[in-house]
Design a protein around this ligand. Structure first.
Ligand code: ZN
Length: 257
């Protein structure tokens, strides 16, 4: 946890190395950000400063003794319950694939081609291309409870403690489908309840480092609110996720429709 406290955003833009280590693509073009040419005299042309992304300041929380169910419970897909001892997950990191089509099998191939061990995410939510619209696929590393390969940071905290969920699509160019958002909220709510993850530990990839992922049209605040509504509807009291004041406020403020 001390390592996480030292987590800092330490640079602008993505290095080539970084691109190999993230599960989505940065599509920033510096060309469009250059100032107009000035023909009246020699001018040192410099790229405009890229605005820093919002960096979430997640406060480390005391580990909770997690005893997830050993068998599938009613309404919960069996694959969501790992067959091996669960890690002590403390956050959820949401990604987009930055591609119009995809699914776990395709991304698994692509990630292996990059030299990774296997699919970097824990879950993939389809958009009706490779898999059904809103279909949740369980990644192979979730089944093994391996740490993630989707949110590299200097101390690797988000890979070690964060559940990686990727929605197929490019949400700089369009929104997630309603079915994708419903499935995402259901999965997030289940993980919040099972692993006692507070709402303010639900973050977008861009909250952990400088990346456009998961796109400006995927609103993580909406995901938090939808998941909180599910928890309230399930009768999970705010005390069910007691780690932070903000999670209590989030859950208390939700009004059932
Ligand atoms: Zn990402």
């Amino acid at each position: 946890m001390a390592g996480f406290q030292s987590f800092l955003y330490s640079g602008i833009g993505c290095t080539l190395g970084t691109l190999f280590l993230v599960g989505c693509q940065s599509q920033t073009s510096l060309v469009g950000e250059l100032p107009s040419p000035n023909f009246s005299g020699p001018v040192a042309v410099q790229p405009a400063a890229r605005p820093l992304p919002p960096i979430v300041k997640i406060q480390p929380v005391a580990p909770v003794k997690v005893t997830p169910p050993k068998v599938a419970v009613a309404g919960v897909p069996r694959g969501w319950v790992p067959p091996v001892a669960a890690r002590s997950w403390q956050a959820i990191v949401i990604h987009h694939s930055a591609t119009p089509v995809g699914g776990a099998a395709r991304f698994d191939r692509e990630h292996k081609e990059k030299g990774w061990d296997e699919l970097g995410y824990d879950f993939v939510v389809g958009n009706g291309t490779d898999t059904g619209d809103g279909q949740i696929e369980v990644g192979s590393r979730w089944t093994k409870q391996k740490i993630g390969a989707h949110a590299k940071t200097p101390d690797n905290w988000f890979n070690e403690h964060g559940i990686g969920i990727c929605l197929v699509g490019n949400f700089d160019g369009g929104r997630p489908t309603p079915a994708q958002m419903r499935s995402l909220a259901k999965l997030v709510a289940y993980m919040m309840r099972t692993y006692h993850i507070p709402a303010d530990h639900i973050v977008g990839h861009g909250d952990t480092k400088a990346t456009d992922c998961p796109g400006r049209l995927l609103n993580v605040a909406d995901v938090r609110q939808m998941a909180a509504q599910i928890l309230v509807a399930e009768g999970v009291s705010p005390a069910g996720n007691p780690r932070t004041a903000s999670s209590r406020e989030m859950l208390t403020d939700v009004k059932e429709k």
